[in-house]
Design a protein around this ligand. Sequence first.
Ligand SMILES: [Zn+2]
Ligand SMILES: [Zn+2]
Length: 146
Amino acid sequence: MKTDTEQTLAQKLIRQVNGRVTPIRLGVLELLLNTQTALSHQELEQAAAQTGLVADRVSLYRALDWLVEQGIAHRISSHDRAWRYKAQAELTSPHAHFQCKHCSQVFCLEDLQPALLFKLPPGYQLDEIELKLQGTCPACASLNAI
Ligand SMILES: [Zn+2]
Ligand SMILES: [Zn+2]
């Protein structure tokens, strides 16, 4: 289900980077904003089909790449070698990712910002930082506890 506020947020983010607001960009961004975990290509396609976003695979991926290029969404590598994608309300800042060994879901830990943990020596310029944690997510932990 789409609500007006979500639409406004997706539109706002696209306009913030001076992008053209197209139905497919909006649709993909909304999907990425509305999920708790990061989505793989396959999961994104399934979610798109479920919400009635009519698009072929190529335009879906193209919209996705565009969102990543603009920094509205980011991609995360995972142990099964499939990229996963996630968007958030604010433009991306570096943060840690957690992948569950049991369900393979990838979570963004936005409060865990590795850039804040250390300082680079003078002269080094940081472009990208990746901190990946692996373990058991809360849902799988509670399943195992039973
Ligand atoms: Zn899990
Ligand atoms: Zn993330």
